[in-house]
Design a protein around this ligand. Structure first.
Ligand code: DQA
Length: 148
């Protein structure tokens, strides 16, 4: 069974309470439950992790080199700042799909730049919690294409 790591970065543990006008009322635990459900229906094994610490996210990406076949990553604000996360992704062969709940390209200019995008399979932004399911589907399509 393919394995996916669902990795969430800083402040995403605050979903539900955090800026509901931007991010909605759904909590991270609820998003993880949706992903778990979707994954179970499509025979994907998932692991979930959230951290507010850049180094912990980097460690998780390194570990995923041996323990996962794909990563769904919402790096939160580190998306726009972290060369270290960019380099961590570049250091592993595991495909990464970048996710954002909000449409970062329709927001402040400082959110338009992603250090993740150049080393990701692709980016999904603006679809709220549904984006995580779309990201998992993108990984599934990628695995299917790589298997042929
Ligand atoms: C976010 C967008 C980022 O700009 C922001 O810093 C976040 C959440 C999103 O999911 O829309 O923390 O990644």
């Amino acid at each position: 069974m393919p394995r996916a790591l669902i990795l969430n970065g800083p402040n995403l543990n605050r979903l539900g309470q955090r800026e509901p006008g931007v991010y909605g009322r759904v909590t991270l635990a609820e998003i993880e439950a949706l992903v778990r459900d979707h994954a179970a229906r499509h025979d994907v094994d998932i692991e979930t992790l959230q951290s507010n610490h850049e180094g912990a996210l980097i460690d998780a990406i390194h570990r995923a080199a041996d323990t996962a076949d794909g990563i769904v990553l919402n790096a939160g604000a580190y998306t726009h700042t972290s060369v270290a996360l960019h380099d961590a992704i570049a250091s592993v062969a595991v495909p990464v799909v970048e996710v954002h709940l909000s449409n970062i390209h329709a927001r402040e200019a400082f959110r338009h730049r992603s250090f993740i995008a150049p080393v990701a399979l692709g980016q999904i932004a603006g679809f709220g919690p549904q984006g995580y399911l779309l990201a998992l589907d993108a990984l599934r399509a990628h695995w299917a294409a790589s298997a042929t």
